[in-house]
Design a protein around this ligand. Structure first.
Ligand SMILES: *[C@@H]1O[C@H](CO)[C@@H](O)[C@H](O)[C@H]1NC(C)=O
Ligand SMILES: *[C@@H]1O[C@H](CO)[C@@H](O)[C@H](O)[C@H]1NC(C)=O
Length: 559
């Protein structure tokens, strides 16, 4: 093959918008922030999609090591599409040398957990006689060998289950929460893990809470903590949590934190169904979703507009799928999290705990793993949540002109189209149709004249070319603003819905009356989301590009 042909091919390739690879963006280098995004050393966005791996309970050993080898667990975490682990630690592991130097075997033995000892001997023999501190380092290392990032989270002081208002671990000055000792511990952890380049962030303290909590001490100590970590290891991101169990960062609206360094600060938020008691189960889902999301925006979401990344470091649901409160919350949460394209960590990896709240082998209903840490508890819920792994925008993902995608939280899928002639269906968001949503409330396929139209109750929504009438106008209605409503030719109100076969149809709008509390509008909830991603359908163009690439590669090999 001649030189000129190669030059020609390289020219062609450099002028084709080739879809960037999503996913494998664990750079190994340090992360920093760029406005509200977290970016790698090349300035490309790294979306944190993590799972919480508890290691802060009485035993102070990462859970599950009596069931499976640490590295095998880490490999499965990666295979599930997570790119990082939020690994918790109790302060005393790094401030009490007597405790830290207990061996793993002794720590289990002290709690009478002989079965766990046998399990660790079988599955992780190399750590059983290591000190608790060395075992913790070993786990961080094995997570890194599987190319996962680690966020070290100081979860509590005194090892044990977290949290309550009166457990002595809630706020600076509580029985087990001496600020000076905490600062020493942070420095120690930052120093020890400086040489682990997969440790990309430290979150300074989990769920501040209790009767002593106040904003003065929050600024005083959190700023000191942030400076201590940064001084010991300037490469890591510093993650600050708010008050009231990490639900409240509203005070930052009036007074930002003041630090000597920049581009390393991230805030974290926790958001569960039970954060609002039983509101979801007892109320109208539209009304509750509207209220709770606007509360969340006021308490934490506003930070995105102030150019800080926001890390939802705990969310999750009862994986048995039987908790109505959790199920309703999840659909609303998914809409919010996808729309805001936030960083997140699912609670939790745990199938069962060695010992929790006095119970040996305590099950984790919110766990990814089943009790035995062998299979997952609920694949369908995990599939749905995995939709949030996809970054819709941010530095390095500006592949296409800004457009909208229609996200369907109940399935984690997006509205997509096979051809102009076939009905719209739900599909992976990487293949989402690109829409523009204009002043006239029409939803038009970008760069075409085709607009979305309602054509009848229970009938597929179609694509048409006469886009002026009422059946082509789509209004986001209800308190949740997640119903897309239009009018039929005869004036009937209809809402967009994904039917049981995931076809996009229009039906009678559900749950609009706030007195209705038993209805579930999930199939009718859509979020109109900003995206700059390319549609990764393997269409003829991408096929041509890959053939040309292949030819170039082999041609290069000949020179
Ligand atoms: C340090 O750890 C040891 C061993 O667990 C414990 O007996 C002791 O009370 C701890 N000291 C403090 C100050 O917490
Ligand atoms: C998984 O969750 C769904 C609800 O989303 C539920 O219907 C199903 O029974 C659950 N499966 C298992 C195995 O628990």
């Amino acid at each position: 093959m001649g030189k000129w042909l190669i030059i020609f091919l390289v020219y062609i390739l450099s002028h084709f918008p080739t879809p960037l690879l999503a996913g494998g963006e664990v750079s190994g280098g340090s992360l920093s922030t760029e406005s509200r995004w977290i970016v790698d050393e090349l300035g490309r966005r790294v979306k944190l999609r993590c799972v919480n791996w508890p290691s802060h309970l009485e035993v102070a050993v990462a859970e599950g090591l009596s069931k499976r080898p640490a590295e095998e667990i880490s490999g499965e975490i990666r295979d599930l599409g997570f790119n990082c682990v939020r690994l918790t630690w109790p302060l005393f592991l790094f401030t009490n040398d007597t405790f830290a130097s207990l061996t793993v075997r002794q720590s289990f033995k002290n709690l009478g957990l002989s079965e766990s000892i046998a399990g660790v001997v079988q599955n992780n023999p190399s750590i059983i006689d290591l000190s608790l501190l060395d075992a913790y380092k070993e786990v961080v290392g094995s997570i890194g060998r599987q190319k996962l990032m680690v966020i070290l989270d100081n979860h509590i002081s005194k090892p044990g289950w977290c949290c309550s208002n009166f457990d002595g671990n809630g706020f600076f000055g509580d029985q087990y929460f001496n600020p000076e000792l905490w600062l020493k511990g942070l420095t120690r952890v930052a120093t020890i893990f400086k040489s682990y380049n997969n440790v990309v962030a430290m979150s300074l303290r989990n769920e501040l809470r209790g009767p002593k909590q106040n904003t003065n001490d929050w600024y005083r100590y959190m700023q000191k903590g942030a400076e201590a970590v940064h001084a010991a290891n300037p490469a890591v991101l510093v993650i600050l949590s708010g008050l009231s169990y990490d639900r409240d960062l509203s005070f930052l609206a009036k007074k930002p934190v003041s630090l000597t360094f920049s581009k390393k600060l991230v805030f974290e938020l926790h958001w569960y169904g039970f954060s609002d008691g039983q509101a979801w189960a007892n109320g109208n889902p539209n009304q509750v979703c509207g209220k709770v999301t606007s509360d969340t925006t006021r308490q934490a979401g506003f930070l995105l507009d102030r150019d800080y990344p926001l890390f939802v470091s705990e969310f999750g649901v009862d994986m048995r799928g039987i908790n109505v409160n959790d199920n309703r919350y999840l659909n609303c949460f998914m809409g919010w999290a996808a729309e805001n394209d936030v960083e997140w960590a699912l609670w939790a990896l745990t199938g069962s705990y060695y010992f929790r709240e006095g119970i040996i082998g305590h099950d984790e209903a919110y766990g990814v793993y089943d009790w035995n840490w062998c299979g997952v508890k609920n694949q369908s819920i995990l599939d749905k949540i995995s939709a949030l792994q996809y970054p819709f925008r941010g530095p390095g993902y500006e592949e296409a002109r800004p457009h909208k995608v229609l996200f369907h939280p109940a399935t984690g899928l997006c509205v997509t189209r096979v051809s102009l002639l076939e009905p719209l269906v739900l599909g992976p968001c990487s293949e989402a149709e690109a829409w523009s949503y204009g002043n006239h409330k029409t939803l038009t396929i970008q760069e075409t004249y085709f607009c979305l139209q309602a054509s009848g109750l229970g009938k597929p929504a179609k694509l048409g070319l006469t886009c002026r009438d009422a059946s082509s106008k789509w209004e986001a209605i209800s308190d949740s603003k997640m119903h897309l409503s239009s009018n039929l030719k005869d004036g009937t109100d209809v809402c967009l819905e994904a039917d049981a076969g995931n076809k996009i149809v229009t039906s009678k709008c559900k749950c609009l009356d706030n007195r209705e509390r038993t209805c579930d509008p999930g199939r009718q909830w859509f979020k109109v989301i900003d995206s700059t991603r390319h549609r990764s359908r393997s269409n003829s163009l991408t096929q041509v590009v890959s053939v040309v690439k292949l030819l170039t590669k082999s041609a290069m090999g000949w020179i």
